[in-house]
Design a protein around this ligand. Sequence first.
Ligand code: ADP
Ligand code: MG
Length: 704
Amino acid sequence: MEDFTNIEEVFGKNAFTFGKMKEMLPKDVFEEVQHVADFGGELSKKTADIVANAMKEWAVENGATHYTHWFQPLTGTTAEKHDAFITHPDKDGKMIMEFSGKELIKGESDASSFPSGGLRATFEARGYTAWDITSPAFLREDATGTILCIPTAFCSYKGEALDKKTPLLRSMQAINEQALRIVRLFGNTGAKKVTASVGAEQEYFLIDRDLYLRRTDLIYTGRTLLGSPAAKGQEMDDHYYGCIRERIGAFMKDVNLELWKVGVTAKTQHNEVAPAQHELAPIYETANVATDHNQIVMETMKKVAERHNLTCLLHEKPFKGINGSGKHNNWSLSTDNGMNLLDPGDTPNENIQFLLVLACIIKAVDMHADLLRQSASDVGNDYRLGADEAPPAIVSVFLGEQLDDVVKQLVENGEATRCIGGNNHLETGVSSLPDLLIDPTDRNRTSPFAFTGNKFEFRMVGSADSIGDPNVILNTIVAESFCEAADRIEKSDNFDEAVHDIIKEYLSKHERVIFNGNNYAPEWVEEAARRGLPNLPTMLDAVDTLTTEKSIRLFEKFGIFTKAELESRKEILYETYSKTLNIEANCLREIIKRQIIPAEISYMNELAETYNNGTKAGVEIKSAKEILEKVNSYCNSLSESIAKLEVDLKEVRTIKNNKERAFAYRDRIKERMEEARFYSDELERITDKDFWPIPSYGDLLFEV
Ligand code: ADP
Ligand code: MG
């Protein structure tokens, strides 16, 4: 591993940035590329060839042997197929490396083994990858060599989206168009583009790799299916922001270097709440680039962990009883001439454009809370949302004191004349400490969708999930309310009145989604029900929100998804759920039957021998007998619960209907697994550590 001292030199070294293109390409070619990147359209064949050649020259100079169209199928991870830059040798057997514009822009692959949710029959196998010119290609260096990775979108032969990126790019177009209408109405005629910016804070666990390899549940499912809590958990709050241990620090250093090289702005790192849990946050960037980069972050963390004989767990809930991991999706909108639409300024009550934008966002979130919730759901996140560490599954908006007060004034009086908390100073009571101006509002860690100064932070997203889906939803639902507002304002002959009416109307109608209290409190669930807010507690409850009439209308209006694409995504979600639960159940069954029960049989044998030997020697070893009886009883219950699990599994697997099968897994299999886990965890508590066949929570969480 090379060392580094100067981030400036390292940063972006392995990314084919616009800066590099500018240096390497003729001026007119570069301008064409920049224009297409900014405003869409197609590169001419000639330009594409020149860009491809420059990209190849640069890549080869830096050691690349292969290129790949790098894409994000609906598995939620990334996919790649490498092609060497090799071409047919000439008659002397000499090979000349080539890379054409066509190869850069378009890839064709057999898509039949990627999830399509019935969009294609298996015989309709063609899938196409198309270059996303706005996201820089990068070089990945690892044991495979150096690979040029070209970010692409992935579609079927008929142009249906088979990935996470295509709809995201579509949604970015929609929000751009609609937000531009708004800023232009407010006189910003210089703006040519509005971009959604995203910063994704990533949580993860690191555990020792040797221990990991002894836990098949972690290997197959990413989480522990059994394990009794360690003597110490997170109750001391001593891990959060704690001093970073050497082994972890060395990992972080390597991760940063790898990320900086490919142009990912890894910025913040710290220990998180749970033992062995950490966080990495980059600086925000354009939504699609941020989405690509978050995938790179996750991949890099996994890869670098191995080098340090560690394993990085990205599952939302690897360990029962301590916090799981999520992702905070920070989102804002800004124009190409430097205006952040979510910046309230010092006196938000006077910032009419901001108030309109805010009202539109609140309306969007209230109208489509179900879709937002859906976008943050995956199998693992069901263990997290609503479990005292993450926001509940009920979507609400936190505005903070200052904006809440402005909204109240607007709803009650139709105008907001005052603004609180603008000029507060931190009072430490120590004269030598600096006099700090503080933020107008405090934080609220419990809210799923919180306004944090000049952005919204969507906190429900799962740690392993792509941030593609949540940003598709955010962009699209806000585009819809911008569109409605712009339609009304454009038609009106009194701008001020129209804007004023819309703000008042939207805020009054959708105020119910604003909640500034403690979202973890059980009373909130009741209060939310009274307010009529949807509560979709699990992933499966949220799947059908994709194809309600309201959703189809929304997605079709802005060209994000067709009805067929939505139907297909639903099928994939149901399938994924069943498959995941099936793997988990198989895995649990296997560990219990092949590791736990055999170990307990040996242990019982030892206890019985001990007891008998004692008796022979004239001493009754009562403790051996007591433990033996307990172990035996739990072991019998454990065997019975596994037998019941097997019966249920057999039945559930035969259910033909995709949705019904998924619900059966949720309602029947999960419970059975919990029951088995209960007995196994009880056994762990009373079994000699030398006999327990797998590493304990204590080993996994504290021995890194
Ligand atoms: P915290 O949430 O802990 O207050 P930060 O304020 O540093 O942390 O921001 C967290 C993430 O939000 C970072 O990735 C940061 O780059 C991103 N972020 C900051 N400002 C914006 C913005 N205007 N739009 C989108 N993301 C932003
Ligand atoms: Mg945050």
